[in-house]
Ligand binder design. Structure first.
Ligand SMILES: [Zn+2]
Length: 148
């Protein structure tokens, strides 16, 4: 979960409880870098929003697809499933806030960013599986840009 103040990605949960209607979990978080405290709500039901594909077609967001594509990239890698869940929940929170819906391209890029934090090998695999690059040079440039 990104810190709203300094954008640092390492935040820890200091308190966690269900909301009154039991449909969401309210978490108090603290940024490990700047100490800012903020609250997030994580819905227990499936979040729903529309995704615009590169063909221009719209389809309802499907968490299973995101999960499967990330699992595929993480095949045989040692990773913490809880961290993967956390990563996807965080992304969904961001995507759902976009009222106009979200493009599949943006989803792909965001997943890449998360994978880079989770596992470098999975990141490279995902980049090569899900992004079409016109040339090797383009791919190398893309990786360099992503790695900053
Ligand atoms: Zn911070």
């Amino acid at each position: 979960m990104k810190c709203p103040k300094c954008k640092n990605l390492d935040t820890k949960v200091i308190d966690s409880r269900a909301t009154e209607d039991g449909k969401a979990i309210r978490r108090r978080r603290e940024c490990e870098k700047c100490g800012a405290r903020f609250t997030t709500f994580e819905r227990l039901e499936f979040i729903s929003f529309m995704v615009t594909k590169s063909s221009g077609e719209n389809e309802p967001y499907d968490r299973t697809k995101v999960m499967n594509s990330m699992m595929k990239a993480l095949t045989k890698r040692d990773f913490n499933p809880e961290k993967l869940e956390d990563a996807i929940n965080g992304l969904e929170n961001e995507w759902a806030q976009n009222k106009q819906g979200i493009t599949s391209k943006r989803i792909g890029r965001d997943i890449l960013r998360k994978l880079r934090d989770l596992d470098e090998v999975a990141f490279l695999r995902y980049a090569s599986i899900y992004h079409n690059h016109e040339s090797v040079r383009g791919f190398v440039k893309f990786i360099e840009d992503e790695l900053g």
